[in-house]
Design a protein around this ligand. Structure first.
Ligand code: DAV
Length: 373
């Protein structure tokens, strides 16, 4: 039998899943402090402590790998083909002509780095030094698609310098009132001088691509996406969530689950007017319930918010994988008519995300639908 040629084909976040990549925790290090990121360790008294550096302890890596492997088993039991990246050495210091960083991070979250848009794979520019070379963990796989799928388009977005001048260091010092005052300016720790985006700030709706302006995606990055994608028939819509003062990655804020339905974050409403595209076309925006953990109750080294609760992964428009503790969200999904697959995943949180973050779908059934005619 001949192999199907369209190995790379994924137009949205929900069509029936055929092939996906799930990250691995091997060789992971603590994320370093750098101009684009200041990891914080909260102490019980509400203060902060120095964040650890260097490789993560083996037993922490094992625990995360067990949960990642559990997700792989579930997906395979649903008939999905799963690939894993190969983790390189991440503990050595990195030096480019423009920056140095003490170590890299991990290869648990392909979602942040890689995106499939139809028959195209894009490697994002990334926004943090420790993640500059993360794409390399996926290259073997990308080459296998490249070699076996003649229709596949492979795009590497322009790498920014990540030099000191690319960042706005004062951002980290702004007091809360200053952040309120600047809420609508969408200026974060990265300036507008270079093209910067993480793939996880993008959400796919067929011909329409929604991109969040954030700490990890600037307006120049969105402009590059527009100029690259619009001639190929996509429409790119920038979106903003002004009450999120540290926005990074759209998949804990605005999560589409099927045509006509987006899960929304009750603490992060869209900028006024931006909901119109959806409402005009008869889409429902449904707020998720409060997560089962407060931010203070998140795993010790986790740098993401409690809203990892809504970082779910769709197996199809009727089947959703959800973290096992998030019963209120599971009940909502059940009421909305989904079959819910709960899996334990909290040991993965400190590696940068939950179920959607830790995956990158390369093939889902379906074609380029126009959901917003
Ligand atoms: O809301 O904390 C986390 C996303 C991680 N990739 C949040 C976003």
């Amino acid at each position: 039998m001949s192999r199907p040629t369209n190995l790379v084909n994924s137009w949205n976040e929900w069509d029936p899943l055929r092939e996906i990549v799930v990250g691995v925790a091997d060789n992971a290090c603590f994320e370093p402090t750098e101009p684009g990121h200041r990891p914080q360790l909260r102490t019980p008294d509400g203060g902060s402590a120095p964040f650890p550096t260097g490789p993560k302890p083996a037993e922490m890596i094992e625990r995360a790998n067990e949960q990642l492997d559990g997700l792989v088993r579930l997906l395979e039991s649903q008939g999905v083909t799963v690939h894993r990246p190969v983790a390189p050495d991440l503990a050595s210091p990195l030096r480019t002509p423009d920056f140095q960083v003490e170590n890299q991070y991990c290869v648990v979250c392909p979602r942040d780095v890689m995106i499939t848009l139809g028959n195209e794979i894009i490697e994002a520019t990334m926004s943090r030094r420790a993640r500059y070379f993360e794409y390399q963990a996926y290259r073997k796989l990308v080459y296998s698609y490249w070699n076996n799928d003649p229709g596949m388009v492979w795009t590497v977005a322009p790498k920014p310098s990540m030099a000191d001048s690319m960042y706005r260091q004062e951002f980290w010092e702004w007091p809360l009132e200053e952040r309120h005052r600047r809420m609508h300016s969408s200026e974060f720790c990265v300036t507008q001088d270079e093209v910067v985006f993480d793939a996880a700030d993008i959400s796919r709706f067929g011909r329409d691509i929604v991109v969040q302006e954030s700490m990890t995606t600037n307006r120049s990055g969105i402009h590059w996406l527009k100029r690259h994608l619009e001639p190929r028939g996509f429409r790119v819509h920038p979106v903003h969530f002004p009450l999120d003062f540290f926005p990074s990655h759209i998949d804990c804020t605005f999560v589409p689950l099927r045509p006509g339905l987006v899960l929304t974050n009750p603490e992060r409403p869209l900028r006024e007017g931006e909901e119109q595209l959806f409402l005009r076309n008869g889409w429902e925006l449904v707020d998720v319930p409060q997560p089962t953990s407060t931010n203070d109750e998140m795993p010790k080294y986790c740098q993401s918010s409690k809203w990892l609760s809504m970082n779910v992964l769709s197996i199809s428009p009727t089947k959703v994988v959800c973290e096992e503790r998030e019963k209120p969200l599971q009940d909502l999904l059940d009421k909305l008519g989904f079959e819910v697959f709960p899996v334990p995943f909290r040991d993965v949180f400190e590696y940068g995300g939950s179920l959607h973050c830790a995956t990158w779908d390369v093939n889902r059934e379906g074609t380029a639908e126009d959901y917003f005619p």
